[in-house]
Design a protein around this ligand. Structure first.
Ligand code: GLV
Ligand code: MG
Length: 351
């Protein structure tokens, strides 16, 4: 039997003076988590504009930041957090992993110097609920010490075989959990997949159509989504616990079509956003993770045709009932959140 806290203790602050955990996540639009290297002066100089373009800015301290730059990245993140007003744009950081020499200072220095500005800490290489419990307790102690007024949330990267095995327990570990991102690069390595890519498909992974009567005819090969299983497993774990699932990085910046296709698979399966590692991926994520205007207008018709959400009606020859009403509500609710931040799409949605 899994050992868990009693419901009352689950929602109690883990340190005297720490803020109350949320019972429901704050409503935020998070179509893309835009990664920046916080020690890069040129990128920091453009941050005022970047904040207006993206839903979340994330200062990356982990992989892709060289060992010699770890402390500069941490300091750069603290100074950008203090300097800028992020408005409705989220401010996140990806700290170093738990067994690294930098993680403890990442957390203690960031909470001490920018604790009231940071919305979410992304924790890489999470293997089980014990990793979340540790950061949860540490954050509560630091929040109490530095008088942080709202809880800093934890977002786990799902990027080890053990983490995928324990995904449900990770989701259930704490009310501080915000959600999860698929980390396809580390996960590929951890699982022993035979690839050298950051996310996306592989030309060798697919299904060959059966031969027809003409044995000499070419047979069609259908490439399949390498990440289908893991995204599905992550979405179920997240939604069962009221958390948000995300696709992670797509490393081939030149192949925007493949990036869009991969993001769209994740969106249709239930994800709410993906990482943008390059400015060109911001627009792709906006396009994919904002519901399609045609779908929104159709979903609105379903809601209007069944005001109390029950019964059955036909719309354009298609049967609608309580279950399609719920699907339509997911789309219209998301469209409303998008419309609150994106006037162009608000007009298309006619909300
Ligand atoms: C992201 O961190 C990944 O490993 O894909
Ligand atoms: Mg990784």
């Amino acid at each position: 039997m899994a050992i868990t806290r009693t419901p009352a203790k689950h929602f109690a602050p883990l340190a005297i003076g720490a803020p109350e955990p949320y019972r429901q996540l704050p409503v935020r639009l998070e179509r893309m988590i835009h990664f920046i290297p916080p020690h890069n002066e040129k990128i920091r100089a453009k941050l005022k504009d970047t904040i207006k373009q993206v839903d979340v800015v994330l200062g990356n301290l982990e992989d892709a930041i060289a060992v010699g730059e770890k402390e500069a990245a941490r300091k750069g993140f603290i100074s950008m957090a203090r300097e800028f007003d992020f408005g409705t744009t989220g401010l996140w950081t990806r700290i170093n992993c738990l067994n690294s020499p930098w993680m403890l200072d990442d957390v203690t220095e960031i909470v001490a110097n920018a604790g009231n500005k940071v919305d979410v800490i992304m924790l890489p290489k999470v293997e089980g609920p014990w990793d979340i419990h540790y950061l949860d307790q540490l954050l509560a102690q630091l929040e109490a010490k530095h008088k942080v007024s709202k809880p800093i949330l934890i977002h786990a990267i799902l990027e080890t075989a053990e983490g995928v095995n324990n995904v449900e327990a990770i989701a259930a570990a704490s009310p501080r959990m915000h959600g999860m991102s698929l980390g396809p690069a580390d996960l590929a390595a951890s699982r022993g997949m035979k690839t050298t890519r950051v996310g996306g498909g592989h030309p060798g992974y697919g299904v060959l159509a059966d031969p027809g009567d003409d044995k000499a005819a070419a047979r069609v090969f259908h490439q399949q989504d390498l990440w289908h299983y893991t995204v599905g497993k992550m979405v179920d774990a997240c939604l069962a616990y009221g958390l948000k699932p995300f696709y992670g990085p797509f490393g081939d910046f030149a192949d925007s079509a493949a990036c869009e296709a991969q993001f769209r698979n994740a969106f249709l399966q239930g994800c709410l956003g993906a990482w943008s590692l390059h400015p060109s991926q911001i627009e792709i994520a906006k396009r994919v993770f904002s519901p399609d205007p045609g779908e929104v207008l159709f979903a609105k018709r379903i809601l209007e045709a069944m005001p109390d959400g029950t019964g059955a009606v036909m719309i354009d020859g298609k049967m609608q009932d309580d279950a399609t009403w719920k699907q339509a509500k997911v789309i219209v609710d998301l469209a409303r959140i998008v419309a609150s931040k994106d006037p162009e799409r608000a007009a298309q949605y006619a909300l």
